[in-house]
Design a protein around this ligand. Structure first.
Ligand SMILES: Cc1ncc(COP(=O)(O)O)c(C=O)c1O
Length: 366
């Protein structure tokens, strides 16, 4: 469990036809976002608005919150790093704090804790999937059992990557009701737009519980299809948001990125259509793989997490022979699993046709 380089390098080799390795949207940005970004490039000699006022206002309006409760950054990964750097730094007397997360939590949580000089503590999850059930079940009690006087931040990817698991609204409520007020809760909702239609999913604002230090990160990299432009949002109590914003690099969100994100918020149809197609593709992938007898975790993100029962790299290589890039998960200590993003209908067809051959011999089927 080491370097983010291992995840950054896992895209398909050049020339590979189908890229299912990075949980991107295969549908591309909204045409309005492309136009807006291009227009902003023509003004590229000017610095961007360091405060991203128009974009923050658009995000705040959508969320029904005041602008002071919203900041933006270079993707939610940068916001998570900034938030952890600020929240989990050692006390002035050198006392080291703890960042608590579920096992196999998104790798940036670990990196953020490391950069902050904090200890990273993991609460165990329920382990891999079987043919009968999803894997990596998360229990709020397991997190609570690991809270100590040193715990500064609890960070939860909800839904999680790569585990594909989430805490339900009821479970989040239990957790927040029992967590001490001094602990900051960082909810990483990168897959919110894919998850939000599921009855078991809820974001903080929908819960019947108050905790004074809940922060939520979202991204424009997934359903908004703007991963290459690097835009994320942080929402939460205004004083915390302002303090964390003070730790970011100045002028970090470029003008084309701000313009694209604003336009993308305005094109809800584009987002909804992409999400609906992705959910259809995910259902098709899940059903077909289950028919093959392959254990997998069917979560709420735009991907599936597959148990191979054998070392993943030869399987990743075999998919590559079919022109399909899938993600090995070694940085998570998941040596016998792969993560596969949901592509277009044609990409899903290609993946499933390849799977009939590639997965024919893997032990997880027996
Ligand atoms: C759970 C989770 N959080 C955060 C991110 C980071 O996304 P970005 O930095 O592109 O906003 C990802 C990206 O895959 C993710 O899966």
């Amino acid at each position: 469990m080491s370097s983010i380089a291992s995840s950054a390098a896992a895209g398909p080799p050049p020339g590979m036809k189908v890229r299912l390795s990075s949980n991107e949207s295969p549908y591309g940005p909204s045409p309005a976002a492309i136009r807006a970004a291009n227009e902003a490039v023509a003004e590229g000699h000017l610095y961007p608005d360091d405060q991203s006022v128009e974009l923050r206002q658009a995000i705040a309006d959508e969320a029904g919150r005041p602008i002071e409760e919203v900041s933006v950054g270079n993707g939610s990964a940068a916001l998570l790093m900034d938030a952890l750097a600020y929240l989990a730094r050692p006390d002035e007397d050198g006392t080291v704090g703890e960042v608590l997360a579920f096992e196999r939590s998104f790798v940036v949580h670990r990196l953020g804790a490391r950069n902050a000089g904090a200890r990273y503590v993991e609460a165990p999850d329920g382990g891999p999937a079987t043919v009968e059930r999803n894997g990596y079940a998360r229990d709020p009690e397991a997190l609570l059992a690991n809270v100590t006087d040193a715990t500064r931040v609890v960070v939860i990817d909800n839904p999680g990557n790569p585990t594909n698991q989430h805490l339900s609204g009821a479970e989040l409520t239990t957790l927040l009701a029992e967590l001490p007020d001094r602990v900051t809760v960082l909810l990483d909702e990168a897959y919110h737009d894919y998850a939000s239609g599921d009855p078991s999913y809820a974001t903080y604002g929908e819960l019947d519980v108050d905790h004074p230090r809940v922060l939520v990160t979202r991204t424009f990299s997934k359903a908004h299809a703007l991963a290459g432009l690097r835009i994320g949002a942080l929402t939460g109590p205004a004083d915390l948001v302002a303090a964390i914003d003070g730790w970011r690099a100045r002028f970090n969100v470029t003008a084309p990125s701000q313009a694209a994100a604003i336009a993308s918020i305005g094109d809800r149809d584009h987002l909804d259509t992409g999400v609906a197609r992705t959910l259809e593709g995910r259902a098709r992938m899940t059903e077909h793989l289950r028919e093959l007898g392959v254990p997998l975790t069917a979560g709420l993100g735009n991907f599936v997490t597959i148990e191979l029962g054998t070392a993943s790299q030869p399987v990743v290589d075999a998919y590559a022979q079919h022109g399909i890039g899938v993600r090995p998960l070694q940085p998570y200590g998941m040596l016998e699993q792969i993560r596969v993003s949901v592509g277009t209908p044609a990409e899903v067809d290609a993946f499933l046709a390849a799977s009939d051959e590639v997965l024919a011999e893997v032990p997880s089927r027996s």
